[in-house]
Design a protein around this ligand. Sequence first.
Ligand code: NAD
Length: 303
Amino acid sequence: MEIRRIGFIGIGRMGWPMARRLLEAGHAVSVQDAVPGRAEEFARNHGGTAAPDAAAAAAGADAVITMLPTSREVEAVVAAIRPVLRPGAVVVEMSSGEPSATRTMAQDLAAHGIAMVDAPVSGGVARAETGQLAIMTGGEEAVLARLHPVLGAMGTTITRCGDVGAGQAMKALNNLVSAAGFLVSVEALLIGSRFGLDPAVMVDVLNASTGMNNSTQKKLRQFVLSRGFDSGFGLDLMVKDLSIALQVGRETATPTPLAAQTRELWAAAASLLGPGQDHTAAARFAEALAASELSSPQVPRKG
Ligand code: NAD
């Protein structure tokens, strides 16, 4: 059965461009968000239908996509929409959630003839806008095959990682690697800066050398040295992802001293800086420890 009618719950920084991509691909999309007026604003700008609540967005849908902050919001939404979902419908959980919570929801839905898969994403707001997200999936192969055209409207690399929850485990582990790379790169810039190196020159050398990583390529100049701290991915969400990675580590009895230290440092940064920060502002935590600020005459300041 072709998937045409889609309910999309959570049109935040990521969900908004993802839902727009689905409309552009020809799907009938009904959007909903907890922020009053946001769904109506989306529909005015891009089309589709603004639903007053999650159940209204899910009624009659072939698939319901959730793109919410954490598994807690997803659990509340799934409980609200379950009575209106028809057998054969699919819940596509695209948030970076907890694999064990998603598995529990999938079991409950399966008892009502409703499938659930997880399909979290990587690539940030920029790649959500262009439909070039990396999507990591977990769930039954046949269900994921049906969803392929839907996911293909939002992402270019779609990788099945295993059963339901496997995509979210992979996503949390990706962000663990990304978070550790970011912080150690910032610490390297702080050491170099105090030694007398220009941090922008350091970024260029790292990018031509073996220290290159996603942060040296796409974050340090753009969001740290520019002092913009505006990547569009929240600091609290990164701490959540690191907690999920450690949770999976505990569930698999894996010793993870470096991962635990990484989570502690990011959680300390979130605690020091307060709510509402971009994740790249974690550099300011490392700067506070070093009593130094990173900047370069080569990189214009934003704002
Ligand atoms: P966001 O906070 O910008 O958006 C979340 C949206 O969900 C908000 O608009 C909020 O109002 C809405 N919401 C919250 N509870 C709701 C509820 N009960 N019902 C309906 N709507 C509700 O977050 P985001 O940056 O878009 O991230 C969403 C998910 O994607 C998170 O799990 C995050 O970790 C993950 N993610 C984010 C990025 C990024 O770069 N921002 C990249 C990859 C993955």
